[in-house]
Unconditional design. Structure first.
Length: 217
């Protein structure tokens, strides 16, 4: 009975006290349902409906990911047992493909990288370079540096932009030492495994991702 009541509250937001229906507002105050504006009740209903579907879909995606890893692990175990073969590439990256070459599942292992104190040494050397460069020179590099160290927010860095700094070809000795300091500052603190699915219409066509990310659907 209690579980049914909690489910009803989650679905409608209403609770019954003394035979009368109330809905808690954002401050936790109980407001009689009849006193709530129709537009507010409609908005509440719409959001609860969307969130309900989102929670179900999130759970379904979680189960899909779990089953995917289980299926791939079972296949690899069978492959090793029956044929003495293994799947895998650099850093554990793997690709599984259908016989016709039109569908594939890609497993990618990405390192999670953080930076140590050497990064501050690199920033000091980079600042020296910026001081000597004229204000209107190398504006693109200045922009990358500003984004990399996120100068508007104290102590924050942008990892993607820092990796872009490492790709720049600048011969200044201080710049080279700064890049060495950045490399020395890198710390692999873990890894994360991603599964991506692709398909194509013919063997010479471009692969297209099977979109699961809501933002890219």
């Amino acid at each position: 009975m209690q579980a049914a009541t909690e489910a009803s509250i989650a679905a409608t937001g209403a609770i019954v006290v003394g035979g009368k229906s109330y809905m808690p507002d954002a401050k936790g105050n109980l407001v009689p349902v009849e006193a709530i504006k129709a537009a507010d009740k409609l908005e509440d209903e719409t959001v609860r409906k969307i969130i309900g579907h989102a929670v179900e879909l999130s759970a379904q995606i979680g189960r899909f990911k779990e089953h995917t890893f289980d299926d791939l692990s079972a296949f690899e175990a069978l492959l090793a047992q029956e044929y003495g073969a293994t799947k895998g590439g650099a850093k554990g990256n793997k690709t599984f493909m259908t016989f016709d070459g039109l569908k594939k599942v890609s497993v990618q292992v990405a390192d999670l990288i953080d930076f140590g104190s050497q990064l501050q040494i690199a920033k000091g050397l980079i600042d020296e370079c910026l001081t000597e460069w004229s204000a209107d020179s190398r504006t693109e590099i200045r922009s990358i540096i500003s984004r990399a160290f996120n100068v508007e927010k104290q102590g924050q860095i942008n990892r993607t932009e820092i990796f872009m700094l490492l790709r720049l070809d600048i011969e200044d000795g201080r710049w080279q030492r700064a890049m060495e300091a950045i490399r020395a500052a890198m710390r692999v603190i873990g890894s994360k495994t991603y599964v991506r699915c692709y398909e194509r219409d013919s063997q010479d066509a471009e692969w297209r991702a099977v979109t699961i990310d809501l933002a890219k659907a």
